[in-house]
Design a protein around this ligand. Structure first.
Ligand SMILES: Cc1cc2nc3c(=O)[nH]c(=O)nc-3n(C[C@H](O)[C@H](O)[C@H](O)COP(=O)(O)OP(=O)(O)OC[C@H]3O[C@@H](n4cnc5c(N)ncnc54)[C@H](O)[C@@H]3O)c2cc1C
Ligand code: FES
Length: 288
């Protein structure tokens, strides 16, 4: 194919929804050139790659398993899951916003423009946006902010008004505010001034509910905030979705490393976050 700058693509085949295979099979492994890779602040990096058409079809909330180079002489076992931060289809670019925490992401952070990145995906079940919703609330904290960006973008494209509550330790870590501002209102709640306290976030959510600005809730990145949204959602019959983070190995369904317990119709149920999620009905999510 002309102008195709990614190096190679392979597929992992399987029958859809057989219990072991992800519904999006065949899943693709691609080697994508790094286009840009910059520090956003002292903890997070923004990674941009040139991606294949299939990768660019990723939906909000879906993720890729990235093969991270080793940051030292040892091996890095397993790929690392990272949700899509932004898809720029016109320029064929896919973006990730990630926190550098351990050996995998430290290795990932060493990539420079021109290097290749092996990615498997897009994986998992993403967010859903119902046609009747006119105003939605997204609430993210920490790395959860990266995951919430694409659903906010999609809502904006569909004319749905977004109120984004960005919770962070400090102003500098309340990232992507400019992206959220393009589709609605941003409210930053910080540890530094105490506004991230659950009571304050609850007061903000209650105000938004009273003002009819909360047809649906979306959240990621904090157990405490998830529990709060879940309680208010139940109280006011507001549907909600939660993007779960969970340690993964294969990311494709067979290893069952990523199993978590959910509560479905009053019964406890084990589900794999990588294929049955990572986005789940908020009322079915249990804390951790
Ligand atoms: C579906 C999904 C989407 C994610 N999206 C993002 C994102 O957009 N931005 C971002 O910064 N982070 C995201 N994460 C978290 C990210 O995967 C971890 O921060 C990363 O795997 C840490 O790897 P490490 O080797 O640097 O850290 P280490 O702590 O050394 O990792 C050791 C092991 O634990 C796993 N692990 C550690 N922390 C997490 C975690 N929070 N979630 C899942 N596995 C973890 C690693 O994958 C690795 O297998 C996401 C996680 C999941 C499951
Ligand atoms: S089944 Fe292997 S990570 Fe989910």
């Amino acid at each position: 194919m002309q102008n195709q700058s990614y190096a190679s693509a392979a597929v992992i085949t399987g029958q859809p929804a057989t219990g072991h295979s992800p519904a999006q099979c065949p899943v693709e492994e691609t080697i994508c050139p790094v286009v840009a890779h910059d520090w956003v602040n002292e903890e997070y990096k923004h990674l941009v790659v040139k991606a294949t058409p299939k990768a660019l079809a990723a939906k909000p909330g879906q993720f890729f398993q990235l093969l991270c180079p080793s940051p030292d002489e040892g091996e890095v076992w397993f790929r690392r899951p990272q949700s899509v931060y932004r898809v720029a289809r016109s320029s064929g670019r896919l973006e990730f916003l990630y926190k550098v925490v351990g050996r995998g992401t430290k290795g990932l952070a060493t990539l420079v423009p021109g290097d290749n990145l092996s990615m498997v995906g897009p994986l998992g079940v993403g967010f859903k946006l119902e046609p009747g919703w006119k105003n939605v609330v997204v609430l993210g904290r920490g790395v959860g902010l990266a995951t919430m960006a694409p659903i906010s973008q999609l809502a904006g494209e569909r004319g749905v008004r977004v109120t984004a509550i960005l919770s962070a330790r400090s102003e500098e870590l309340a990232m992507a505010a400019d992206l959220f501002e393009t589709v609605g209102t941003v409210i930053k709640v910080l540890d530094t001034d105490g506004t991230s306290a659950a009571e304050n976030v609850e007061a903000i959510l209650r105000r938004l509910i009273a003002e009819h600005k909360a047809d649906a809730f979306f959240t990621c990145g904090s157990n405490r905030l998830m529990q709060l949204m879940k309680r208010l959602g139940r109280e006011h019959h507001i549907p909600g979705q939660m993007a779960m983070e969970q340690i993964m190995a294969c990311g494709l369904g067979p290893c069952y490393i990523c199993v978590r317990t959910f509560e479905v119709n009053g019964k406890r149920e084990m589900r794999r976050v990588c294929v049955e999620g990572p986005v789940f009905d908020l009322q079915e999510c249990l804390g951790w």
